[in-house]
Design a protein around this ligand. Structure first.
Ligand code: 26Q
Length: 841
């Protein structure tokens, strides 16, 4: 059949009757997908087929709303924002889709009538684990809030074939296993090959004069790769809006194969194809920068280039090469420095492909790009060897040099003769192996630079980026992180959210400050009883998870003391473990008067190459084994290490937690977001004055927070003459803890297993000041234990924490981004079933 481009398909193709939302409508579609599309019956069907049929049923309803949202955005000519991120840690989509479509009960009923259990069907879904931790999950919460606020925001990311590795614990050691999350297909994604982009690598730069004798540049002899988009629907909460997360998959170009074939080299052609497809193969599992890995830089440029070309193609289709109004209509938010190649890539596209001059192009770039920083650790700032940039992205390096030259002359004008400052601020770090400093490139090019909690933003201005703050104070701002209450309370904690809704109504789902209406109930005995009951049911669910995955029994009347997050020295899981050893030592010495039974849960993944983090996991596992096996601890203390901590596990963990451990060295955790999920679910925090903990304590009130430890200022002031050995010697409790560790009590048949950890505290000066905060941590833990014994007092604290967590909704965060940085207006979509304007019924 030959293709006739003049033939227009009938409009009937996009004029479908609305899909029914009742249980019976859902059941019928489910049966059709199950029986026809998937071709199954009730015999011997793999369980994931039930999940897929339900997902397809829901997806159709999402697609209806997706098209209308797209149409509304296009018709309004609104400004749009693109959230560029190497990570989107979405977790499962099914419950979220049901909640946001308002069909949770209907779908559950439909399955029930077919003899299926929603919980079982939903458990078939693999987490979309396309992120490491906080930064990736933040991107996912932000997308949820943007859709709920009906803001025209598109997420751009990479469709990794393998997400965050699955973690097994064998003999106390972390073992990584690949996460082949797409094995059973992904019903939520829509492949859009028609929007494929071509991405260039390598080659060389050719400067030439065009027909008008203008100096032009072209990037030639490149090795190209295709970027194929896969779109994921992002539904808003019961509002008819469905936004887009567009993920790029890498693929080989056709002619690349051909040219190699023509050269007669079949195997080289296959190897080249392989290399192209490698780009989107795997997520880097390191949540601090993995320095100097070429494939990682390829990923970053791949995302930047594909996404920008996509946006520019849409722009030029409507506006041609006129970019004068581009900044009025478009904004890019860079999720950390990972997509910062965008700065240079946008310059390249505007100048080399669309013919803009430098100043014109710079005006566009520097008025559309905004940067969010997520770390205060100088060693985690991204740097790339100039040599690698030169060979992989030669044209971008040229542009970066030019940006730097112009920037440094501005610095020199402002601070004449200050050579030290020029070297400090240069985007290029000189040395044996010169490096591109990505954070500096981002700060120079972006009109907004924000931190993710008050303290973090302050420290960025005062320390890490102080030189830049002096130059451009107005670029700097704070956007305290938040999390979506739809996933982290409404969907994951039906017991508590049912109670909340029956008490104050359902408005909190889109306006979390309404939780304050619970404050008067903090002293209501009948409400206390229901709150406690909901918490106990959640603890039962958490205990079942711990029992199934760790083989440890948690006593529901004990305090559930939980720390789940990536394993890092600065997060100080070690401090938590030292405290458990201290409690164990007290039990052994019979010091158990007025004891509060406690179940300690630790979970999280270590970067595969991070030896210290892996040793900390091993230590937690060995201490847990000794504690749990000792009859003296029975009923007083248990401990478990939860393997494979991920989004779906947190949905069970946060609701069942009494005490939330947020114990990082002050000044090191940019914000934290797990702390917010726990608070919302009525856990009380034990924490340092770090990241968003400070704001959590402000909201909850000091009396509803267990504070300990040095402040960020004290940490830096005390560093100079810090002597951990003296502190250990002066503290009998800590001395006994260290003796137990050093005696090999926890590693009887594994000599030396914990030397790394022990030495870090003693011989290597305890950089994270674990020893310095030990005493005040133990005291705060004692206060928490005492408070827990008074059920009324504890329940009151629990209610007040949840009631004052309103600030930590990502809806609030996104409203601030939208107001201060993006300047977006919300654009509602036409309701499904409503008649389009101007057409008769
Ligand atoms: C960079 C280069 C090469 C390879 C990997 C990376 C990389 C990947 C992930 C570097 C950092 C990350 C993730 C960082 C992260 O999750 N930071 C956390 O962000 C949260 C959201 O703002 C904060 O709440 C946490 O405090 C912060 O640690």
């Amino acid at each position: 059949m030959s293709y006739d481009p003049t033939r227009t398909p009938s409009p009937l193709l996009s004029d479908l009757p609305p899909l029914g939302m009742k249980a019976s409508d859902l059941a019928l579609d489910f049966r059709q997908y199950f029986g026809h599309t998937l071709g199954r019956d009730q015999h011997g069907t793999p369980p994931h087929c039930y999940y897929t049929a339900l997902a397809m049923t829901l997806r159709d309803r999402l697609v209806e709303r997706w098209k209308r949202t797209d149409a509304a955005y296009n018709a309004s000519g609104c400004k749009r924002t693109y959230y560029l991120s190497l990570e989107f840690l979405m977790g499962r989509a099914l419950s979220n889709a049901m909640l946001n479509l308002g069909v949770t009960d209907g779908a559950t009923e439909a399955l029930g009538k077919l003899g299926l259990l929603m919980e079982e069907v939903a458990s078939e879904e693999h987490d979309a684990g396309l992120g490491n931790g906080g930064l990736g999950r933040l991107a996912a919460c932000f997308l949820d809030s943007c859709a709920t606020l009906q803001l025209p925001v598109t997420g751009y990311g990479i469709r990794y074939e393998y997400g965050m590795f699955r973690q097994h614990i064998e003999d106390g050691h972390q073992v990584e296993e690949p996460d082949h999350w797409l094995r059973n297909g992904n019903p939520w994604e829509l492949e859009r090959p028609e929007f494929t982009q071509r991405i260039r690598f390598g080659g060389r730069v050719d400067h030439f004069r065009d027909a008008d004798n203008r100096l032009r540049v072209r990037w030639v002899d490149t090795h190209d790769v295709l970027a194929v988009p896969y779109d994921i629907p992002v539904p808003g909460y019961q509002n008819g809006t469905v936004n887009t997360l567009r993920l790029w998959k890498s693929a080989a170009t056709d002619e690349f194969d051909l040219s190699e074939f023509n050269a007669g080299s079949y195997t080289e052609a296959v190897a080249a194809k392989n290399k192209a497809e490698h780009i989107s193969m795997v997520l880097y599992p390191n949540d601090a920068s993995e320095n100097g890995k070429e494939l990682r830089l390829r990923q970053q440029y791949f995302l930047a280039s594909a996404s920008l070309q996509d946006v520019l193609r849409n722009w030029t289709r409507d506006e041609g090469a006129d970019f004068s109004r581009f900044a009025k209509r478009n904004c890019f938010q860079l999720n950390d420095t990972h997509p910062t190649c965008s700065v240079a890539e946008m310059m390249r596209l505007l100048m080399d492909d669309y013919g803009l001059g430098w100043s014109e192009a710079w005006e566009v770039v520097s008025s559309t790009m905004a940067y969010t920083n997520h770390t205060l650790l100088p060693e985690a700032l991204e740097k790339w060897p100039v040599r690698m940039f030169q060979s992989l992205l030669p044209r971008l390096l040229e542009i970066i040099y030019e940006i730097n030259a112009r920037f440094l002359s501005e610095v020199a004008r402002r601070w004449p003769g200050d050579a030290a400052r020029l070297a400090r601020m240069s985007i290029i770090e000189e040395g044996a192996e010169p490096q591109v400093r990505m954070a500096y490139l981002a700060v120079v090019a972006c009109f907004s630079v924000n931190g993710v909690a008050e303290l973090h933003s302050l420290l960025l201005q005062q320390d890490l980026l102080n030189d830049f703050y002096e130059l451009w104070p107005r670029k700097f701002n704070n956007k305290t992180n938040g999390v979506t209450q739809r996933r982290w309370l409404a969907s994951s904690n039906p017991g508590l959210s049912g109670l909340i809704t029956e008490t104050i109504g359902e408005g909190w789902a889109t306006n979390l400050q309404q939780l304050r209406k619970l404050i008067p109930y903090a002293d209501d005995a009948a409400f206390h009883a229901k709150w406690h009951q909901a918490k106990q049911e959640n603890k039962r669910r958490l205990a079942a998870l711990v029992s199934a995955d760790c083989g440890v029994d948690f006593n529901l009347d004990a305090m559930f003391d939980v720390q789940v997050k990536r394993i890092h020295e600065y997060k100080r899981q070690l401090l938590n473990i030292l405290h458990v050893i201290h409690l164990y030592d007290r039990i052994r010495r019979g010091d158990t008067a007025n004891w509060t039974p406690r179940c300690v849960l630790i979970g999280g993944k270590a970067a595969p190459g991070y030896a210290m983090a892996k040793t900390i996991i091993k230590l937690a596992c060995n201490v847990a084994a000794i504690v749990n096996a000792d009859p003296a601890c029975a009923g007083l203390l248990s401990m478990a290490y939860l393997p494979d901590y991920r989004v779906t596990a947190m949905e069970v963990i946060a609701p069942g937690t009494d005490l939330s451990e947020q114990i990082s060295t002050a000044g090191k955790e940019a914000s934290g977001t797990g702390n917010m999920k726990f608070m919302m679910n009525g856990a009380v925090t034990i924490g340092t004055l770090d990241g968003a903990n400070i704001e959590i304590r402000e909201e909850a009130g000091a009396e509803n927070f267990f504070l300990f430890g040095m402040t960020a200022n004290e940490v830096e002031a005390n560093r100079r003459d810090y002597r951990p050995l003296n502190l250990i010697a002066a503290d009998p409790d800590l001395k006994r803890v260290m003796s137990l560790l050093q005696s090999g009590y926890f590693n009887q048949f594994e000599p030396g297993a914990f030397d790394l950890v022990i030495q870090s505290l003693t011989d290597y000066g305890d950089y994270w000041m674990t020893v310095a905060d030990f005493r005040s941590y133990v005291e705060a833990q004692c206060q928490a234990a005492t408070a827990f014994q008074n059920r009324e007092q504890w329940t009151r604290m629990s209610i007040l924490n949840s009631a004052t967590s309103g600030k930590f909704s990502s809806d609030r965060t996104i409203q601030e981004y939208s107001r201060d940085i993006w300047q977006l207006a919300s654009v509602p979509a036409q309701a499904v079933g409503a008649q389009p304007k101007g057409e008769p019924a």
